[in-house]
Design a protein around this ligand. Structure first.
Ligand code: UDP
Ligand code: MG
Length: 320
């Protein structure tokens, strides 16, 4: 039985040696159990020596495979490329920085072997070691998105998971360009078992996610999985129209029935209303624009990533 481990790497030359060693230990710990491994490193256009490090491993270790991107396409694209390249019966995705502890993998394999589930996914029970502000916004985000979408995304869920082939094939069918894997994993369904672990800090290097990048990712996530913001715009428009109508009736009664006309002041309130309505209209247009923009990008149908090289070039040049 073949197990594929996919590792998205972006500027990870410092972390990779730790990870590779852990993977080798994992492999030797499972020899004789009929399990073989392939390690698929996806280099997401790193600007450091990540590529060379991976090639070194591939030269001496036939279980190492790789995909190099022509530029940085993002972790989502890297995961997709890895899943596409994988041939294993079980497939796992793990970060290069050891924040997804490879030591959990044997337990995950056992769970799939015993047919307890189709996906074993890791979940952090703490966010210790993460900037407070990031944890705060992350929690809010999960609350918000789970209220808006039909499937449930677990707070603290990572991309770290071991899946059966059927699950991988299902995920590959969702070939959208603006990928939000946490949503995609939840959307495809199947039986999921959670294994919990405490937050581990990265062994070396630094996080590739700035606050801004995470914020954009959060918006992408919401827009990719729900049209609720559009409905919100409709509701806001409806509510303000209703309020305006009420206001109209009020003035009508004042003027026609109570005969009060001495109402020259009121310029400020008028201005407020115009600004408020104008703001609502712009907001609704903005929300609409977000969806139309994304539709435009999807419609272009560009590939999710561009491959510059894979392990075949190394192996075939050696054979000849
Ligand atoms: N990563 C990637 N492409 C990117 C950003 C990140 O392939 O554009 C990889 C990175 O090399 C790592 C994983 O995604 O293996 C998670 O990144 P990181 O550890 O920086 O994120 P954090 O753990 O801080 O959420
Ligand atoms: Mg990390």
């Amino acid at each position: 039985m073949l197990i594929s481990l996919i590792i998205p790497c972006y500027n990870e030359e410092q972390a990779l040696p730790f990870l590779y060693q852990a993977l080798c230990e994992l492999r030797s710990g499972l020899t004789g159990t009929g399990k073989s491994f392939e390690f698929i490193f996806v280099n997401d256009g790193s600007s450091d020596r990540t590529k060379d490090v991976i090639k070194e491993y591939a030269k001496s270790d036939s279980d190492v495979r790789y995909v190099f991107f022509s530029r940085n396409f993002g972790k989502e694209a890297a995961m997709y490329a890895g899943l596409e390249a994988s041939k294993g019966d079980y497939v796992a995705i793990l970060d290069a920085d050891m924040q997804d502890p490879p030591s959990l993998i044997p337990e995950m394999i056992r769970a799939l072997d015993n047919d307890e589930c189709d996906i074993v996914a890791a979940r952090r029970v703490t966010r210790k070691g993460e900037p407070k502000i990031r944890s705060f916004f992350a929690r809010r985000f999960y609350k918000l998105i789970n209220r808006m979408i039909e499937v449930e995304i677990a707070d603290g869920a990572r991309d770290f998971r071991l899946m059966r082939r059927v699950v991988v094939d299902a995920i590959l069918q969702l070939s959208e360009r603006q990928r939000f894997s946490k949503g995609i994993f939840a959307w495809v369904g199947f039986r999921t078992k959670w294994v919990e672990h405490v937050n581990v800090e990265r062994v070396a290097g630094e996080t590739k996610w700035s606050f801004w990048k995470l914020f954009k990712y959060a918006i992408d996530g919401i827009i990719a999985f729900t049209t609720a913001p559009l409905r919100l715009a409709t509701i806001a428009g409806f509510a303000s129209a209703l309020a305006a109508f009420g206001y109209m009736v009020y003035y009508f009664i004042r003027a026609v029935i109570l005969k009060i006309y001495n109402d020259v002041p009121g310029y400020p309130s008028l201005l407020c209303f115009i600004l408020f309505i104008g703001g609502l209209i712009l907001m609704a247009l903005g929300v609409l624009g977000e969806y139309i923009g994304r539709t435009y990008i999807e419609v272009k149908g560009r590939p999710i990533y561009i491959k510059a090289e894979d392990e075949n070039s190394l192996r075939s040049s050696r054979d000849t």
